[in-house]
Design a protein around this ligand. Structure first.
Ligand SMILES: [Zn+2]
Length: 135
């Protein structure tokens, strides 16, 4: 499927819904432990989560979206990459206990082969050096 075609269904595809649920669950764990906010999110975490969900919606890989760790197209701003990494480091290991199914599916998807790089980028280029695509 062409990325442009996948994009229109990105928000409704089952796997992407699960990805949205996974990141939301991680933010709830993180915010409860780091900020002491229960059942909901503090304003900062809510804003960051909204950012993540928007990036998922706009992911050019659509339903074939790799886990962000494996992705060669870094669509997060450098600041948000740092912030999300902190959330995942903190909440990731606890996902197995709180949300075993989501965590397991995420790990399985994580182990999958990475999507191909664009032709210009094939070869031995180090990861994470793709120019940002205009969006
Ligand atoms: Zn918070």
């Amino acid at each position: 499927m062409e990325p442009s075609a996948a994009q229109s269904t990105a928000a409704t595809h089952a796997r992407l819904r699960r990805e949205r649920a996974t990141i939301a669950a991680m933010y709830r764990i993180y915010c409860r432990q780091e900020h002491g906010v229960d059942a909901t999110l503090c304003a900062d975490c809510q804003r960051d989560l909204d950012y993540c969900l928007r990036r998922i919606d706009k992911c050019p890989y659509g339903e074939n979206k790799p886990t962000c760790k494996n992705c060669v197209t870094h669509c997060y701003s450098p600041l948000m990459q740092q912030r999300v990494r902190a959330v995942m480091r903190r909440a990731g290991p606890q996902m197995l206990r709180h949300h075993p199914l989501l965590a397991l599916l995420h790990l399985l998807w994580d182990a999958r082969k990475k999507p191909g790089r664009p032709a210009s980028e094939s070869g031995k280029a180090p990861a994470g050096r793709l120019p940002k695509s205009a969006s």
